[in-house]
Structures are given as structure tokens and as C-alpha cells.
Design a protein around this ligand. Structure first.
Ligand code: GLU
Length: 452
């Protein structure tokens, strides 16, 4: 049974990169008929805000990324305590007393000597007396997980292929702060075990976290950490996607703050965002696919590339227009201007880049319209048009057919004055669809007014 999770920290709004991760995890779960978990990573009480939790839920709902289960790290502190106890008993956790400044100085010295700035494990070598002395000084310890330098770290990444890390090249991660609060590293692994997560798909900025977490998983499995029955007793499959960059190929500040509100304001449909992000960075064509089930069915980690995925606003606009042109009336009815029915929607839909423009085109039907000044010749032609107008099944076809025969006009000379007189515009939706919506009386009135 496939279980995936999206694990945002409620310290800000979702941006397009988070949305992409959420979407891909949602698609993995939906494709397999599995479970998609929304996990709120709120162990950082200082920076977490309840209104961001609400905004995350609202954004996912607007995008149609429904979750099957919601979990909150702040409600699971007893589990982290249990895991901590098990790891401590197994000798995999040790207290440290360095201040942030001391660690910073160490790192600078290492770097100046051309050494990697990994933690030197000085605290591990402290004698019991020295520890007691530190605590007597009032220094509360923070806690590190002891990596096993002898255990090779290898995994088959769903996107990056075989990944190998040498634990000796990594710092023992701090997993708990001096005030007792938890850092991301261990709780995430505990949750993935407890919640039976089978696939962890996230950004490549987490690759080195995965290396560390694999050792945390293995240590928890080996220690007497009692996971619930439903828990996965094996490592999840890991996959890390290349980061999202702006069109210019760089990680941009703008992308980091671009989220659902901005898209909504610009009139971008959720389906356009989904269609864009579903295949961005893969070898599959990015197309205006309005039916998510097609995107879900074709989703395949093997098609993901290692190069950064380029997010392009122009592509998004193009997809949005393509999606709007396909949206059925029922899907948009409550967002259309007053009085616009299915045939009205059908008439204007091909002319829209954004749904909000439907109102502009609908004004051509409801009026009032602003007609241009016509030449005498065109006025005579429009007077003829009013006389020739017959209201049948296809009034536009009949009108233009009759006028063509009677006046010899064709092409632009035939169509443009009629369009201008009937809509006040030089271009717009198909007149064959628009004229019946304008209606006979109003059409006659507009032609008469134009001819005067
Ligand atoms: N809260 C973490 C983040 O937002 C979750 C990472 C993960 O998926 O494990 O980066």
C-alpha cells in the first residue's frame, strides 16, 4: 500500500516549489490508490503560526490536492521522546555543550585549513566530570545523533539513481535543542516509520538529510523503538527532484514567494498550475491537460531529469488559456457574469486567456455597446442588413449569405461592418454563436442605429 506525505513547515505560505512537491506526492498516492498524508511540521513553536496552517490547507484545497489524513508533529512529542529514549539507550545520542559561536569558530578554522566543516565530536570525548562541570555552570546540553562511520549509506534514488554517502564526511546532526525542542531530522524519520510512509519524494536540497535519516531509521529499527502495527518496518523509497528555477535558470527570490494568492489574482486556474507543475522537469510534454486523471496515470519518476526544472510564467499563461478553452460550463457557472448561460460560455470561451475576461465579452451581448462611426456606404449596407435579417436557426449564416448575394461584398468588407455594428468591436467571439445571444430585437436596434 503506497503512502506518501507532504510535510510543510507552517512558517510561511506555500510557494510554487512546495506546491510542486505536494502535487507529485499526491499524484504518486493517487496513481497507486494509496494514502496521501498532510503532515504539519510544527515542532518549531517560535516560527510556526496557526494562520499558516490554515493557509496551507486552503491552498491545497483550492488546488484540489485532497489529503486522506492530517498529522501534526506538535501532537506527537511523546513519540519523539520515545524514539530519543530508544536511541539514547542504544548509545546513538550524546549531549553537546558548545555555543553557536564556538561552533562557528571551529567551522571557520576548519575552512581556513581547507578541511570540510564537519563537527569534530569534541563533546563525545568529554569525560563524565567535564559534563557535570558544564552542567554545574548552567549549560544545558543540546543533543546529537551519533552517525555510524562504519555503516555505508547507500540508496537507490527514484530520480538520481544510486546514491552513496560516507558517514565520516557528515556532521553528527543536532536532533534536539538545549530547550528540549526538536529539530526536523529525527521527528521526520519517526513519523515516516509510524505512519507507514512508503515513498519519500522531496527536493534535492534534502539529499544529505536522507543520508543521515537512513542511519536514524536503521538505528530505530535496531533499537527497542516500538513502532505501531501499521508501521513500515523497512526504509521508504527515496526520490529527490531537481529544484525549480526561474526562466533565467537561477533560483529566484520571486519563485520563493510566488503562491496561490498571486496565481488567483492573475486569473490562473488551478488546473493550469497542476498541468504545468505535473510534468515540469520531466521528459513528458507539458500540455494543457485539464483532466487530472491523465496526468496521474502518466506520472513516472523515471521521466524526471537531473537538471533544474524551469518554471516559466509564459508557459503557465499558455496552459491557462488552453485549459480555459476546455472548461465545461458546469465547472465555471458560479464564476460567470450574471445571466451567462451554457451557450454564452461556449461562445466566449475560445476568446479567453483568463476566465475573468468572460465578463468583458458578455457585455457585447448585454450592451450597451459603443459603435464606431460608419461611412455612408457602410451605413447603406447596414440598413440593407437590417432589412435582410431573418430570425431562423442560424441568423448569422442566413444574413451574411443573403448580403453576399445582394451586395457582392465578401470577406472583411462583408463581415467587419456587421461585427462592428452588432458588437462595437473589430474582433471577438464567433458571430454565429453571438448573434442568437444578442437576440433579434436588439440586433435590429443595433443595425438601425449604425445605419442612421
Ligand atoms: N518540513 C520539511 C520541509 O519543509 C519536510 C521535508 C521532508 O519532506 O521530509 O522541508
Amino acid at each position: 500500500m503506497t503512502t506518501t506525505r507532504f510535510a510543510p513547515s507552517p512558517t510561511g505560505r506555500l510557494h510554487v516549489g512546495n506546491i510542486r512537491t505536494a502535487l507529485h506526492n499526491w499524484m504518486l498516492a493517487r496513481q497507486a490508490g494509496g494514502t496521501f498524508i498532510l503532515r504539519i511540521d510544527d515542532t518549531d513553536a517560535e516560527r510556526s503560526r496557526e494562520h499558516y496552517v490554515d493557509a496551507i490547507r486552503a491552498d491545497l484545497t483550492w488546488l484540489g490536492l485532497t489529503w486522506d489524513r492530517e498529522e501534526r508533529q506538535s501532537a506527537r512529542l511523546d513519540r519523539y521522546q520515545a524514539a530519543f529514549g530508544a536511541l539514547q539507550a542504544a548509545g546513538r545520542i550524546y549531549p553537546c555543550y558548545e555555543s553557536a559561536q564556538e561552533l562557528d569558530v571551529k567551522r571557520k578554522i576548519q575552512l581556513s585549513r581547507g578541511l570540510p566543516p564537519t563537527y569534530d565530536r569534541a563533546a563525545l570525548k568529554l569525560t563524565a566530570e567535564k559534563r557535570t562541570a558544564k552542567e554545574a555552570e548552567g549549560i544545558a546540553p543540546h543533543w546529537r545523533f551519533l552517525l555510524d562511520h562504519a555503516e555505508p549509506i547507500v540508496w537507490e534514488d527514484g530520480i538520481r539513481g544510486t546514491q552513496k554517502f560516507d558517514a565520516a564526511q557528515l556532521s553528527d546532526p543536532v536532533i534536539r535543542r538545549a530547550d528540549g525542542s526538536w529539530l526536523y531530522m529525527m521527528p521526520s524519520a519517526v513519523d515516516d516509520i509510524d505512519m507507514g510512509v512508503t515513498q519519500v519524494l522531496r527536493g534535492e536540497d534534502h539529499v544529505s538529510n536522507t543520508a543521515v535519516q537512513i542511519q536514524i531509521f536503521t538505528a530505530l529499527f535496531a533499537a527497542a523503538f516500538a513502532a505501531p502495527e501499521s508501521a513500515a518496518k523497512m526504509l521508504p523509497a527515496f526520490a529527490h527532484e531537481a529544484l525549480l528555477v526561474g526562466r533565467e535558470g537561477k533560483l529566484s527570490k520571486r519563485l520563493g514567494s510566488l503562491g496561490c494568492d498571486a496565481f488567483r489574482e492573475r486569473g490562473i486556474e488551478p488546473e493550469a498550475i497542476i498541468a504545468h507543475l505535473a510534468r515540469l522537469g520531466t521528459s513528458q510534454p507539458v500540455e494543457p491537460i485539464a483532466d487530472r486523471s491523465i496526468l496521474v496515470a502518466s506520472f513516472d519518476l523515471a521521466t524526471f531529469g537531473r537538471a533544474p526544472a524551469k518554471f516559466d510564467d509564459e508557459d503557465l499563461e499558455r496552459l491557462n488559456a488552453g485549459i480555459v478553452h476546455q472548461l465545461p460550463f458546469e465547472a465555471v457557472a458560479n464564476r460567470l457574469p450574471e445571466g451567462m448561460d451554457a451557450s454564452g460560455w461556449h461562445a466566449v470561451r475560445p476568446n479567453l486567456a483568463h476566465l475573468g475576461e468572460a465578463a468583458d465579452w458578455w457585455r457585447l451581448v448585454t450592451g450597451p455597446i459603443q459603435q464606431p462611426e460608419f461611412s455612408d456606404e457602410d451605413k447603406a449596407f447596414l440598413a440593407d442588413a437590417e432589412r435582410a435579417l431573418e430570425w431562423g436557426d442560424n441568423p448569422w449564416g442566413a444574413l451574411t449569405g443573403a448580403l453576399k448575394d445582394a451586395t457582392g461584398r465578401k470577406g472583411r468588407a462583408l463581415f467587419l461592418p456587421l461585427r462592428q455594428a452588432l458588437t462595437g468591436m473589430d474582433h471577438g467571439p464567433d458571430m454565429g454563436e453571438l448573434l442568437p445571444l444578442i437576440g433579434e430585437a436588439e440586433a435590429r436596434a443595433r443595425l438601425t442605429r449604425a445605419a442612421a
